[in-house]
Design a protein around this ligand. Structure first.
Ligand SMILES: Nc1ncnc2c1ncn2[C@@H]1O[C@H](COP(=O)(O)OP(=O)(O)OP(=O)(O)O)[C@@H](O)[C@H]1O
Length: 673
């Protein structure tokens, strides 16, 4: 046990140690009893007795047949429970689990009442098809399947719930067709859960006794399986019973040791020192080819026609946007939560029914009708979605292998990509052994290795701390500089937008509200949200000439008039706002009254959030404005001002203080909406 992880090792308190040891004794004494009483010298002949061999053969046949029934019926049921929403799911799940807690003899009685000759369905089976289940081998299979099925269903359901569809979607975006995705991602990720479930189901079926004897009886060679043989032997051959019990015990123990606790959640844990596979296995070439060579994303592409846009798309549905980008352009996609940024990316990938690209041209090639894996659009999802069963190297080589690059060459190229992103030394690690930042770099290496025409990144630095964020931004800048496709980066970080992107696309409520250079968007934000994201102030109102009438009646005056009257924003930077305790004299055209709501330090400067003054009557005497001064109050949401620490100290600025704020008309831009 790792003392560092589980707290310091202490001597166990006696009050816990004694019952704990008694519990171990309770479990161990019967097993020891079997071992001690086993007739070791006569074991071969006891186990080789004809009755035992017949029972063993029958047990294997019955338990494997029950396992087959449980897999064929239980896996689809688990899939429904895990993936399809429907009413009454909790009741159905309880029904599935019932045989686990039902006394097996009661299960046998229930089976008789259901499938027996006089039973609900048994009568029909008998009359119409001449099928009699009780006291037949098929009946023994049925009763074993009845009690073992829940194990298959719950383990498979757990495994399916652990498999996020993002893995399969990411694989498609890396050029893998549906068959390859199934063999190289779905199955390997599910395999440990499915195998654990199958092993437990089989072990339960092998040990089944109560339901079988009640429903199918104890007929030698027909229904007399090993557990029943033990029961029979116990009457007159105790040595034989002990020998057969040992056999069943060894089988059960072997299954449990093989599972090593995976069933109770161990499957999700990473082994301490994994021997990772080199990379994903080749899927069988059912479609006559082992690869999904992609004429757009792959090497051997024809050069794009001269002058063609790297990206020309029109997206419709839950998100509506027109996009064009010249080769080498990075577009930052910004917008409030729920604006549709991820949906836009998924529409370009062809991965959502909620929105779709009505037209998608990449480097002059029309890929609108192509499935996701043939579009040449690679994707770095928010959490990276690295395949958990592959190493960093296997992940990075995935798209190369999907394109048919030979294994050794794919590994070499993948390693070079990992080196370029400074994670070459982690090539043999699995995703579970990487930090968030390292996983982000590997996910980026994996996407770049796919050599896409269009690279989509969903908040690539969101999970990182400030230092790694800056480092990954630098890396991105370097790699995007050499990338001649188009790149869309979803971000909430204005620094990322400004430093990485040549263009900013603003989405709000599923619509593109602005598309321009970062400087343009910062200077003339077309919504208060964008202005705030860019660190600017934006007061909304109705403009006419050079004046905006703000909500609440105050006015803002800009340097140049709007072309025509209508809704507009008055936009200015926090550094353009001066703060005063008295109404400032002088020529400033924009002077508003407010109250300091929040004071924060920002480097050597102080950032003030100034809101409208309180409307409720106050007992404190109001400062008298100079005669003739306007008494305009700041409207909601107020403004952000930035002043030097010295000025803040001199003015005695603190939360709750009344202030005046002023902005020169020359510093204020009017943006018509
Ligand atoms: N599968 C879905 N079914 C129905 N609505 C969905 C689905 N996925 C997303 N939405 C809705 O579509 C809208 C856009 O979602 P999307 O994930 O694209 O937003 P986003 O801009 O990426 O947001 P965030 O910044 O929070 O990641 C949201 O209102 C969201 O609730």
């Amino acid at each position: 046990m790792n003392a560092g992880q589980n707290g310091p090792m202490r001597r166990a308190p006696l009050a816990l140690a004694v019952p704990g040891l008694l519990a171990v004794l309770l479990l161990a004494v019967p097993l020891l009893g079997v071992l001690v009483h086993t007739p070791w010298t006569h074991l071969p002949e006891e186990l080789g007795a004809p009755g035992v061999l017949t029972a063993l053969r029958l047990s294997l046949e019955v338990s494997l047949a029950a396992l087959a029934v449980a897999v064929v019926l239980g896996v689809p049921l688990a899939w429904l429970l895990a993936r399809v929403p429907f009413r009454g799911k909790a009741v159905l799940r309880s029904l599935v689990l019932l045989p686990m807690v039902l006394p097996p003899t009661v299960a046998g009685v229930a089976l008789l009442l259901g499938f027996g000759r006089e039973g609900l369905l048994g009568g029909v089976l008998d009359d119409w098809f001449g099928v009699t289940l009780p006291f037949s081998t098929a009946g023994a299979v049925l009763s074993s399947a009845f009690v073992a099925l829940p194990f298959m269903v719950i383990t498979t359901e757990g495994a399916l719930e652990g498999l996020h569809p993002r893995y399969e979607e990411a694989a498609a975006s890396l050029g893998a067709g549906p068959l390859r995705v199934f063999w190289t991602v779905t199955l390997p990720v599910l395999a440990p859960g499915l195998l654990a479930g199958a092993a437990l189901t089989w072990a339960r079926a092998l040990g089944e006794f109560g339901a079988t004897i009640t429903f199918a009886g104890n007929l030698q060679g027909v229904t007399q399986t090993l557990p029943l043989e033990v029961y029979l032997l116990l009457q007159d051959d105790a040595r034989g019973a002990t020998a057969v019990s040992l056999l069943l015990l060894v089988v059960a123990m072997a299954v449990l040791v093989g599972l090593r606790g995976r069933w109770i959640g161990g499957a999700a844990r990473r082994p301490a020192a994994p021997r990772p596979p080199e990379e994903e296995p080749d899927p069988p070439a059912a479609d006559g080819t082992s690869t999904d060579a992609d004429p757009v994303g792959g090497r051997g592409d024809k050069a794009p026609p001269a002058g063609a846009d790297a990206l020309a798309a029109s997206v419709v549905g839950a998100v509506e946007a027109e996009l064009t980008a010249a080769p080498g352009t990075t577009v930052a996609v910004v917008g409030p939560n729920g604006a549709g940024k991820t949906t836009l990316l998924r529409a370009l990938l062809g991965l959502t029914p909620r929105a779709r690209a009505e037209r998608l041209e990449l480097g002059g090639a029309d890929v609108t009708r192509r499935p996701p894996h043939r579009r040449g659009v690679a994707w770095v999802p928010q959490d990276g979605a690295l395949f958990p069963h592959l190493t960093a190297l296997g992940n990075t080589a995935y798209s190369l292998r999907a394109r048919g690059v030979p294994r050794a060459e794919a590994r070499r190229e993948a390693r070079a990509w990992l080196d370029r992103l400074d994670v070459g030394h982690l090539a043999e690690r699995r995703p579970g052994q990487l930090s968030g930042g390292q996983a982000g770099r590997v996910a980026l290496a994996r996407a770049l290795a796919a050599r896409p025409r269009l690279l989509l990144m969903d908040e690539p630095t969101a999970a990182l701390d400030q230092t790694s964020r800056a480092a990954v931004r630098r890396l991105l800048r370097t790699h995007l500089a050499g990338f001649d496709g188009a790149c869309l980066i979803v971000t909430h970080d204005p620094v990322e937008a400004v430093s990485l992107a040549g263009r900013v696309l603003v989405l709000e409520d599923g619509r593109a509200v602005q598309d321009g250079t970062p400087a343009d968007v910062a200077r003339h934000p077309r919504s208060p949200w964008v202005a705030r994201m860019m660190g600017r102030n934006a007061l909304a109102g109705e403009a006419e000439g050079d004046t905006v009438r703000l909500a609440g009646g105050a006015r803002a005056v800009g340097a140049s008039p709007v072309a025509e009257p209508g809704p507009a924003l008055a936009v200015f930077g926090p550094e353009a706002v001066s703060v005063h305790r008295e109404r400032p004299a002088g020529s400033q055209r924009n002077v508003w009254r407010g109250r300091v709501r929040e004071v924060t330090a920002l480097g050597g400067r102080i950032r003030l959030q100034v809101g409208p003054p309180d409307r409720r009557p106050t007992t404190a005497p109001r400062r008298q404005a100079s005669p003739g001064a306007t008494q305009e109050d700041l409207p909601e949401p107020g403004v952000v001002a930035e002043v030097t620490a010295a000025a803040a100290a001199e003015l005695g600025l603190a939360e709750g203080e009344s202030v005046w704020v002023a902005v020169k008309a020359t510093e204020l831009a009017l943006v018509r909406l």
